[in-house]
Design a protein around this ligand. Structure first.
Ligand code: GYE
Length: 306
């Protein structure tokens, strides 16, 4: 058991690390797998986890982080719902001497020393992979190809960067045009509602690019209700590769999925342990990911954990 003086020493005084984790919400299959990974890895690593669900609200995340500071946790980790607005609360954490790790989503800040490390995917690269596949698919097209885009949560890093990466890649092929784009907030219901609007307002849609599987799955329902065949009348590309997305890919309703790995728990626990022990860590840790067409999905699905 530690004394007050031990609080500033390297490592938790009782040897057991306490982590406050503020999760975005439970908006998607990806998020469910991510939460499970973090909870299971904390248990396996003997980390005491204070877990808080922000239901997609930045204010609730800030409140959660303040409460972790008040409880004097050893380390704070969070997945920021949007990119901006974090500096004040991160300064409070610094003043309390509590290190912060970003997981999954990045922030915009003028002071990147406000966090120790950022562990997550390269979303620009994901958007790029989606756009490159599409450019190649239509490389002999002579007619314009109409693309609709369903974006993730407004102002979130994955929505901003998946759009950017995709846009840069399709610019290689002058026939490819985004004719409509709206946010479906990364949820299935959001994806369905947006797709229904697109189908009513936009003639002759050739391609849907959805920023995650859940929105793509919601859009598939809207497409089928409109009497069209997903994957054939409208080609569909999504991001994540959660089980239901992979099943839709195998059924031919989705044509291509760019993988985004939610299993960040083990790496997060390792980073936390090192940071609290005063070891140096990389400021950016990028997760490894692949892409799937139907054959790859068939081969990967049996061994998939989510
Ligand atoms: O792609 C989406 C989730 O931030 C990478 O958030 C994550 C994204 C993921 O809701 O399904």
């Amino acid at each position: 058991c530690g004394t007050a003086a031990d609080a500033d020493a390297v490592g938790p005084p009782d040897g057991r690390l306490t982590m406050g984790f503020s999760q975005v919400g439970s908006e998607s299959g990806w998020r469910t797998a991510n939460t499970k990974s973090i909870q299971e890895s904390a248990a396996a690593a003997g980390v005491e986890l204070l877990f808080s669900d922000a239901q997609q609200s930045r204010d609730r995340q800030i409140e959660a982080i303040r409460s972790f500071i008040a409880q004097r946790v050893d380390v704070i980790a969070f997945s920021p719902v949007v990119e901006t607005g974090w500096d004040p609360v991160l300064l409070e954490a610094r003043q309390a001497g509590i290190p912060v790790i970003l997981t999954d989503r990045a922030i915009q800040t003028s002071d990147s020393s406000l966090y120790q490390s950022f562990l997550g995917s390269d979303f620009i690269e994901e958007g790029n992979k989606a756009g490159t596949w599409l450019s190649d698919l239509y490389n002999t097209a002579e007619e314009p190809v109409s693309i609709v885009e369903i974006r993730g949560t407004e102002d979130s890093a994955p929505a901003i960067e998946r759009k950017l990466g995709f846009g840069a890649a399709i610019a290689q092929n002058p026939n490819l045009k985004i004719v409509a784009s709206a946010s479906g907030d990364f949820t299935r219901a959001g994806g369905k509602a947006v797709m229904r609007d697109f189908l009513a307002s936009t003639p002759d849609i050739d391609v849907l690019y959805a920023h995650n599987d859940d929105m793509g799955l919601g859009a598939i329902e809207a497409i089928e209700e409109a009497g069209e065949v997903p994957g054939e009348d409208i080609k569909i590309i999504t991001v994540d590769a959660v089980r239901e997305g992979m099943e839709a890919l195998i059924d031919g309703k989705i044509n291509y999925i760019v993988e985004c790995n939610p299993l960040l728990g083990p790496q997060l626990m390792e980073l936390a342990r090192k940071i609290v022990a005063g070891e140096r860590v990389l400021q950016r840790v990028v997760t490894e990911e692949t892409v799937f067409e139907r054959s790859g999905a068939l081969a990967a699905l049996p061994g998939r954990r989510y």
